[in-house]
Design a protein around this ligand. Structure first.
Ligand code: B12
Ligand code: SF4
Ligand code: SF4
Length: 332
């Protein structure tokens, strides 16, 4: 197979890897993590969907091979950091992956891009069956990328590429046939003696010896996954104003700092900034009190309508009130 007819860069893909291995290399680490309640409130990682992750064949019995793709957003990260450093910022932060597609939920944006590749491959391999893997399927996607030789597990548990750092999303296509493609070697650890992410995580959520995090302590869990009012993890006030997701353990990583020094641009061809402007104008410019006032005076329905297609639609109005209220009680 060749990719010559598919312009991967135009689709926002920096690199691809190929694997025929259905079983995660790190399955035992995952099992131990769940047994030790590492998943905390994220029940979907520990119920019947846990065992589905043991082999791609359990989720997709006809599985024979996978193409795994890296979708970087380090340049969008830089853009939003410049905004945070400006006088216009109110001090609150939204994780940079939300700006990867200018405020459009990456599940939609990357799905469309994966579908373009899917069509191209189906044209080259008539009759082949394809399934998408993008975050929500019961698949250990970092391990899938590991099997495809695209990088390694950092101590912060992020999947890191020597070339692309860790500010990227992972998307994959699963096939019911083997493709005649070369494989990359499994990457080795490149963290060395570094401990920056472990010491700089404000809530001490990173387990120092296991390359996993305690989900219950992670700011991302609190701000993205908990939709009702809930107490914040201990130490969260030492964070940096995160109201949706958290980038701290990636910001401090030398593999990302290296990319920023290079100042690369990765044009993903996103044409509109309408949603990005909405997120910035609603959450990142006004005072916390003003934001709360707006959120409290609108209906759930109006909130959903306003933020449709963006990641903050998921958390909902009540979840975002929780996230902002937390910071209104702090000195930020
Ligand atoms: C649940 C989940 C979360 C949870 C739990 C995070 C976690 N670390 O597991 C929460 C809500 C906290 C979260 C947060 C974030 N997430 Co998330 N999340 C997921 C999801 C749905 C499942 C992850 C999972 O299975 N975790 C299980 C645990 C056990 O896995 P793990 O921590 O990676 O541990 C592995 C390694 O540590 C390894 N290991 C352990 N010890 C050792 C030792 C050796 C020697 C080796 C080789 C390996 C090894 O084995 C473990 C099992 O594979 C995936 C999508 C998917 N379907 O896979 C996205 C995913 C992991 N998330 C993603 C992102 C972008 C984020 C955030 C950056 C978003 C943000 N800015 O807020 C943060 C990062 C927080 C962090 N440091 O992990 C991306 C990561 C891309 C990348 N480059 O790694 C993914 C892959 C989504 C995607 N399709 O792109 N997330
Ligand atoms: S995302 Fe934030 S809270 Fe979660 S482990 Fe990383 S630094 Fe800690
Ligand atoms: S900050 Fe250091 S220890 Fe943590 S993932 Fe990056 S290189 Fe590894």
């Amino acid at each position: 197979m060749n990719f010559t007819e598919i312009n991967l860069q135009e689709l926002g893909i920096a690199q691809w890897g190929y694997t025929e291995a259905d079983r995660p290399i790190t399955w035992k680490h995952y099992e131990d993590w769940v047994d030790n309640n590492g998943h905390g409130p994220l029940g979907y990682l520990a119920d019947h969907r846990k065992d589905l992750r043991e082999s791609l064949k359990k989720y997709y019995p006809d599985f024979e091979s996978a193409l795994v793709f890296i979708f970087p957003y380090f340049d969008d990260k830089k853009r939003i950091e410049d905004f945070y450093a400006s006088k216009e910022s109110n001090g609150l932060k939204i994780a940079s992956y939300l700006f990867a597609y200018h405020g459009i939920d990456y599940h939609y944006a990357i799905r469309d891009r994966l579908n373009v590749v899917k069509k191209g491959i189906e044209k080259q391999h008539p009759g082949i069956e394809t399934k998408l893997s993008l975050d929500t399927q019961p698949i250990l996607e970092r391990d899938l990328a590991f099997r495809a030789g695209l990088g390694w597990f950092g101590k912060n548990s992020m999947f890191i590429s020597k070339q692309w750092g860790s500010f990227f999303m992972i998307g994959a296509l699963l096939f019911n046939k083997k493709l005649d493609l070369p494989t990359l070697n499994i990457d080795e650890d490149h963290c060395g003696q570094c401990q920056a992410c472990i010491t700089d995580c404000p809530t001490l959520a990173i387990s120092p010896n296991s390359r996993t995090i305690e989900a219950a302590k992670c700011i991302s869990t609190y701000t993205i996954e908990l939709f009702k009012d809930a107490p914040a993890p201990l130490g969260m006030e030492k964070g940096d104003g995160e109201i949706f997701g958290c980038d701290i353990c990636q910001d401090v990583c030398p593999w990302n700092k290296r990319i920023f020094r290079q100042g690369l641009i990765f044009d993903k061809g996103v044409e509109t900034s309408e949603k990005e402007n909405l997120l910035i104008d609603f959450f990142l410019r006004p005072s916390k009190e003003e934001i709360l006032e707006k959120l409290e005076s609108m209906s759930n329905r109006a909130y959903t309508k306003m933020f449709k297609g963006t990641p903050v639609e998921r958390t909902g109005r009540v979840g975002m009130i929780k996230n902002i209220k937390f910071w209104t009680s702090s000195n930020l």
